[in-house]
Design a protein around this ligand. Sequence first.
Ligand code: Q7Y
Ligand code: ZN
Length: 670
Amino acid sequence: MGTALLYDEEMTKYKLLWVDPACKIEVPERLTVSHEALIKTGLADRCVSVPVREATDADILLVHSEEYLEAVKKTPYMTLEDLMEFTSHYGDVYFHPNIYHCAKLAAGATLQLVDSVMTGKVRNGMALVRPPGHHSMRSAANGFCVFNNVAIAAQYAKQKYGVKRVLIVDWDVHHGQGVQYAFEDDPSVLYFSWHRYEHQKFWPNLRDSDYDIVGKEKGAGFTMNVPWNTVGMKNSDYLSVFCHVLLPVAYEFCPDLVLVCAGFDSAIGDPEGKMCASPDIFAHLTHLLMNLAGGKLCAVLEGGYNLTSLHQSVCQTVQTLLGDPAPRPANLDGPSTSALESLHCVRSAHKQYWSCLKHAAELPTSEVSTKRIKLAEEDQSLDKGEEEESAEEEVWPEPPKRVAPPVRTALILPNDVACPDRCQRFSSSEDTNIVNKLREKFLKDSADNDALTALSSLIALVEKMEKNEICNGLALVRDVSMAMMCVVQHAATALNSRVLVVCVGDMVVPGHSTEDGKTLVVQFSNKEAEDQKCKYHIPVCLKKGSGDVSGFMQAVLSLLLPLGYEYDPSLVLLARTADSGMCDGVWQQLTGLLQSLAQGNTLVLLQEGESGCVDATASSLLGEAARPLGQLPAPPPGDMETLERLRQRLQADWKLLQTTAPDTGGSDEH
Ligand code: Q7Y
Ligand code: ZN
């Protein structure tokens, strides 16, 4: 199952024909530069090239009015003067004799992508299109957009394929108000957008873009707005919103299809966005969405005006869709105060709609919302786009080339267990040095040579992962605790790696080396553990063990992932006992999500008897999408309280666990 790429040079064949400072950044090179970068990096060759088509009138009318369509249809025949006049009826957009043709191709390309994904021709894909779509409304062009490509695609998928729930993630730096309006009363489409807002001072200056706009009637709760009230948002801010808002809600919603309004004006260097997230953050945003909807993800280009930042971000997105491991994320120093305020506001505005947010803190004395009103009253002068250009250009390092190891998944299995397709059975020629060390350290009293061989293979496998010769691995071992100790010791001492240990079920966990931060242990079990004081050993006790899907997923998304990101391991060790009570679906989600960390260097340890779940685990390690878990019910209240208590206790040490700003977060009401 591949990745589709949709592109047609024709969409570069329109441009601004007069002087308009607001529109001069939307240039044909946006598309050529992005496409050329995909070719130069070899990524285009790895994709399935799908031809674009023109959207039909019927397609366009899924979202737009007949009058508007008929009006746009006349633009190819207009004089320059007529085009300027026509343009003047709309905000921050321009028309050109060929833009109607391109707008039909942009919407049609998006529909071809949806068709390719929905029919199973490919798993996912990206459409590189111009003009963008998310600002255009039922009867209006706006913000460089003519037809609403993604909104049309969502309606089309519902109508043609009977898709019940669509998630639209709009990571463009502007609010896609056109998408919001198209679905504001529709509970079958969950629209999420973050956007530069600055208390309504930033374009498009809409009250409708604020956090307390949540959708109407039956659609209440299905519009989620995260307004950024300062510029300069960073990787931590973006990841924090994913972990604490978008992902928990998305998993609860359980979409059949994910559409991304993939604008890259939210990346560093963009003259419109003025944000500071690095291009490789898009590898993570993409990866974190790839286990929803069975992997059915369509990314559609929206904005992005710094050509360098744009092509780097496009490449990061496509390479992730292709399944290559994500790079280690840089500079995760915790969210900013302003981002935390936004996070707090949106979580509180949605707590009545989503059970995963039920325990979110209330807004205290409506301090944050009064701030918005105050600011709006104080200063009526909205951004007219006349701020002086700042002289210095933002600089950032080019994202390092992502090289996928030659072997994706290596397995250490007893001879009688079959090796799944596309995996490599791993056995090492014995390294006497390692064997002797192991015998000395762990197996003093035992003469179990089989166990010794298995352990030394394990060490050899970890070394190959460290050398980037193998991406990830799975081992069936006799004693999970023992194997874990061996790997942790070896990795922390001989290889100097940072290991994130994730244990599911009751087992003895390494305690000694956690103090120095070389290991972070997160242990899920149903045994009440006494409160640990060490920030590197985190027992998570969920009442029903790991059997409760909702509680466990909540723990994974808003506890384990942020911890993992902030810790930034070079190896993830995932171990589980035979009696963990976990179903394959949740296990696959956990395995899939954890591959966001450590460049995908995950080593899974399973008890020898558990050969039944080798195939499911291997599938996740190979990068296949986990199967959807269904719409999640409310987690048991006890579990939510446990998680909230843990989060409260740990947030001083782990900033990515914060969900409220220091000033406004005083009340942690339930
Ligand atoms: C639309 C867009 C779609 C100049 C202000 C001009 C232009 C707003 C249009 C942006 N400093 N504002 O990017 S993704
Ligand atoms: Zn934009």
